[in-house]
Ligand binder design. Structure first.
Ligand code: CP
Ligand code: NVA
Length: 302
């Protein structure tokens, strides 16, 4: 049994295998076909934070695969004083075949995976968002045909999404550049961990967004205050205002794709002109969440 709690729970070879299943299922889906690879299987979504894309794409994926899903919000008492995570996870494992968890603290998912008797997939934590990064790199691959040797530049806060992209880029032989003020760059502990997992990873951190996007195949951004950081919002808006992805910045990389995990704060980290512009693939990225998660579910459970 395998969990996907962090991107590095998959090897490069396994990511390629998941992408192959995803592409096959996507092609069939676009032809109006649904392959019932998981009949009678049940997915539980245990969520401590809001979600549109992750929740709905996983639930739709299970319907298309012939299975079903249960959305479990706050009223189940997960990670609360009602009962411990160990009892919750052991009991839930008796009812369902796979669990997707979105937690406030990353350690909650780690604890859940340590007790669950079925695969646990991270549907976002404060530390990382592996399913998002998988869909993003899948999207790039479908545009360019390959990913090794390409550069993905993330502009803004070195957050959960940025960490996941950096790790996945490293695993897949891509160059990852983070343009952020020093205080918003990756923590030394994450850099050492990444270097230990992928010694050949090429990770560059800079405070200069123009230098960072020049030559990039993808320019990526995300909100400046993630869920759980609402109290820091005013300071973050101030600190990150020079890192907005706008038309002037995108002029330095006219051939790059623009990506954003969504939801976006238009007018803050990205302008309407960029997110709605010709370089943007944000809706396709969101659509690919479903295709890649189908691939991941089928790969984990069959
Ligand atoms: N990108 C993403 O994970 O979106 P949701 O928060 O809506 O699931
Ligand atoms: N960094 C954002 C991503 C949302 C999909 C957050 O954690 O709120």
């Amino acid at each position: 049994m395998r969990h996907v709690v962090v991107p590095e729970d998959l090897s490069a070879h396994e990511v390629e295998a998941v992408f192959a299943v995803s592409a096959d299922l996507q092609e069939k889906y676009e032809q109006g076909r649904r392959d019932a690879l998981l009949p009678g299987r049940v997915l539980a979504l245990v969520f401590e934070k809001q979600s549109l894309r992750t929740r709905v794409s996983f639930q739709a994926a299970m319907v298309h695969l012939g299975g079903s899903s249960l959305f479990l919000g706050e009223d189940t008492g997960f990670a609360s004083s009602r009962e411990g995570i160990a009892d919750f996870g052991r009991v839930l494992s008796e009812y369902v075949d796979v669990i997707v968890c979105r937690s406030k603290a990353h350690d909650t998912i780690v604890q859940l995976a340590s007790v669950a008797e079925v695969p646990v997939i991270n549907g976002l934590s404060d530390y990382c968002h592996p399913c998002q990064a998988l869909a993003d790199i899948y999207t790039l691959k479908r545009h360019v045909g390959r990913v090794a040797g390409l550069t993905l530049t993330f502009v803004g806060d070195g957050n959960n999404v940025a960490r996941s992209l950096a790790m996945l880029c490293g695993l897949l032989g891509m160059r990852f550049v983070l343009a952020a003020p020093k205080a918003y760059q990756f923590e030394p502990a994450f850099c050492s961990h990444l270097a230990a997992v992928v010694p050949q990873a090429e990770i560059v951190q800079t405070t200069d967004p123009v230098e960072a996007v020049t030559g990039a195949s993808v320019v990526y951004t995300d909100v400046w205050a993630s869920m759980g950081q609402e109290k820091e919002r005013a300071r973050r808006m101030q600190d990150l205002r020079a890192y907005q992805v706008n038309e002037a910045l995108m002029k330095h990389c006219p051939d790059a794709l623009f990506m954003h995990c969504l939801p976006a704060r238009r007018g803050e980290e990205v302008t309407d002109g960029v997110i709605d512009g010709p370089q943007s693939v944000v809706v396709e990225e969101a659509a690919n969440r479903m295709h890649v998660q189908k691939g991941l579910l089928a790969w984990l459970l069959t």
